[in-house]
Ligand binder design. Structure first.
Ligand code: WT7
Length: 654
């Protein structure tokens, strides 16, 4: 967040009580109910979760022990047997939900499709059977590289049905990034589509898969299942590639849900961190099912007839937890949209709200800021009266964007849930419960019942109210990441060692700075590590630097975040060139394109500046703080006495 935004957040004093009308119908609608839950959950979190697990989920076999905590490794519901797709599908089939819409899908070119629970169950079983026939066994990993079409969710659920952990790779990632992830996961099968629609363009997904797999690029992959979406021409390798529409009719619509151990891996999802390579965040079955179920139920206050829409892509954790697993476990109607707002259709979100009568709408601050720019006339021209609850996620929301969302989209009547969480936490950790929590624009308010958080210094000492510090989580929770895939040591180092309390406690370090105010409300300020947040997409500066230096012209690269009005942050790269190259506009374009090829379009630097030298300390460390100042066009602040060569700064300024 830029300095001025932080200041406006810190001065924010407005308070919005939940509308009485909303509270009276909410699942959790009285402060008394909330306080009871809260007390119970804080005094004995394990018992609290165990009771909910029993009430809310179907288990094939109960657990022996609620929590086994050998820091930093947790096991929840030890020896319990469960299948998340049984909870998301089968159990609804014997109720009135059988013929209720599970997924409503709106395609980018305007086509649409609705799948009832019975239909979704059938297609998931068919794809699960196809996976089995292609040799996928329990425990084998499956890569999913898809546009936002129902088959993306179907593929995830099919994997979970047979116990094959999925790893969804966002369709905007490059062939190189896809290959890196498939290699690390040692995927056996890839599910993809011929291509997908994105911003009026056709994105060639299958061709990217071909590139990633070329020359035995990922030796573990033996088959590719291809969904036909655009009917663009693709090449199919005999024996390896199979069309889903040819396989599907031969597959039975029955496939029993495999009883999984609570702690069997459900999925790996790669996310960026401080160091170069993205981490494979591992989530397991039982605790994740419970936590995404409960948070969806209480935070989005799902009612039986609601149409719920989360605008994320299933390639991110938000899509996993709050398009697919959480809503379906609750028997909700979850809307999926293939497109994103674009210049040719800036009102598309509001058209969809009107068309389907969306009741609950969950999006990102970057989207809200983009809508503010496009103008009020777009939402004002549509009937948004069906909306009753709004949500936001992905980055801090500035109070002015919050107010606009509240007034223009919510018509002043919809509570806003600002939800703080991460890929690693699996589900929402800090958020209002909309029927009971008074909200303050810019604050995610209070932790979910059973979640124990604090703001501390590096030694783990709590800081005073209203003083900044590091956001930590003190007690294990059911959907916490279990490890970094194939690298438990990195898990410990990254999340459990940065904060070291003196007594034998273990604090989960979230990587965010925060403060807690006098009402116990949390204000998350943004990352304190080398992670930048571009339009709600998380990128490691090192990752982008590695991409840049892999170009022959680049000798050294330093990447920082620069505040951006719409994107939150944008990528600013300082580059020194190899001796035989000179900087030019065409080289700038070439380097930007190179990063897109290495990582994907989400990592395209907004600006690249050539420099003869980087500002370094005498020990050779690049002083990023100074580069951040320069990128933001600010005065260079703070101490510069450790700088080795001061003239570098003057050159950089010019
Ligand atoms: C980082 C996690 C999990 C959802 C999507 C992003 C930032 C997320 C908020 C919020 C302030 C937020 C944090 C966090 N963030 N939600 N409501 N307020 N910051 O998942 O890619 O794992 O990124 O997003 O910096 O650490 P992610």
């Amino acid at each position: 967040m830029s300095q001025s935004t932080i200041e406006s957040v810190l001065q924010e004093k407005r308070l919005f009580n939940p509308p009485r009308d909303f509270s009276s119908r909410a699942t959790i609608g009285s402060s008394q109910h909330y306080e009871e839950l809260y007390q119970k959950a804080s005094s004995n979190p394990e018992q609290f979760w165990a009771e909910l697990a029993q009430q809310e989920l179907h288990w094939f076999k109960p657990w022996d022990k609620i929590l086994d905590w050998k820091p930093p490794f947790a096991q929840w519901f030890v020896n319990g047997k469960i299948n998340i797709t049984y909870n998301c599908l089968d159990r609804h089939l014997t109720t009135e939900r059988r013929n209720k819409a599970a997924l409503i899908w709106e395609g980018e070119p305007g086509d649409s499709r609705t799948l009832t629970y019975a239909q979704l169950h059938r297609e998931v079983c068919q794809m699960a059977n196809a996976m089995k026939q292609l040799g996928v066994c329990k425990g084998d990993r499956v890569g999913i590289y898809m546009p936002m079409i129902p088959e993306a969710a179907i593929a995830m659920l099919a994997c979970a049905r047979i116990g094959a952990p999925h790893t969804v790779v966002f369709g905007g990632f490059s062939a190189q990034a896809l290959q890196d992830r498939l290699l690390d996961a040692e995927a056996k099968l890839v599910v993809t589509a011929d291509s997908g629609y994105r911003k009026d363009k056709i994105v060639p997904l299958k061709a990217q898969v071909d590139r990633a797999l070329a020359d035995n690029g990922v030796p573990s992959v033996t088959n590719v299942l291809v969904v036909q979406r655009t009917k663009e021409k693709v090449s199919m390798e005999p024996g390896r590639d199979h069309w889903w529409h040819e396989v599907q009719p031969e597959m039975s619509g029955h496939c029993p849900a495999e009883p999984m151990d609570s702690e069997d891996m459900l999925f790996i999802l790669y996310t960026s961190g401080t160091t170069g390579k993205p981490k494979g965040v591992v989530h397991t079955t039982g605790g994740y099912n419970l936590y995404t179920h409960m948070t969806t139920k209480w935070i989005f206050d799902l009612q039986e007839t609601d149409v719920y829409w989360c605008t994320a892509d299933v390639g991110w954790i938000t899509g996993h937890s709050y398009i697919v697993y959480g809503p379906l476990s609750n028997g909700a109607t979850s809307l999926m949209y293939e497109g994103v707002p674009r210049p040719s259709n800036p009102g598309c979100f509001w058209d969809i709200v009107e068309k389907y009568g969306v009741n609950i709408f969950y999006t990102a601050p970057t989207a809200i800021r983009a809508f503010i720019k496009m103008g009020e006339h777009l939402p004002k021209a549509r009937d948004l009266s069906s909306l009753r609850l709004l949500g936001t996620v992905g980055e801090p929301i500035n109070p002015s964007a919050w107010m606009w969302y509240h007034e223009v989209i919510g018509g002043g009547r919809c509570p806003i849930v600002d939800t703080w969480w991460q890929t690693e936490t699996g589900g929402i950790m800090i958020s209002p419960l909309p029927g009971v929590t008074p909200t303050k624009p810019g604050s995610a308010t209070r932790p979910f019942p059973g979640i124990i958080v604090d703001v501390v210094d590096l030694d783990g000492n709590p800081v005073e109210d209203n003083e900044g510090g590091y956001l930590i989580i003190k007690h294990p929770w059911p959907s916490m990441m279990r490890t970094v895939h194939k690298d438990p040591d990195r898990f410990r180092r990254t999340y459990w060692e940065p904060i070291s309390p003196r007594d034998n406690q273990h604090f989960y370090f979230a990587g965010d700075g925060a403060k807690r105010d006098e009402d116990g409300y949390y204000w998350v300020m943004g990352r304190v590590d080398d992670v930048i947040n571009v339009s709600g997409h998380r990128l490691g500066t090192m990752e982008v630097e590695s991409a840049l230096v892999s170009h022959p012209a680049v000798a050294e690269a330093a990447v920082v975040g620069r505040p951006d009005e719409v994107k939150g942050e944008d990528i600013f790269a300082f580059v020194t060139l190899e001796g035989n190259y000179t900087g030019s506009e065409s080289l700038v374009q070439e380097l930007k394109q190179h990063v897109v090829q290495e990582i994907g379009a989400i990592a395209r630097p907004g600006e690249i500046r050539f420099t003869d030298a980087m500002p370094k300390t005498r020990s050779g460390k690049i002083m990023r703080r100074l580069l951040r100042n320069l990128a933001a066009g600010e005065e260079i602040g703070g101490d510069t006495s450790t700088l080795e060569d001061r003239s570098v700064l003057d050159k950089l300024r010019s």
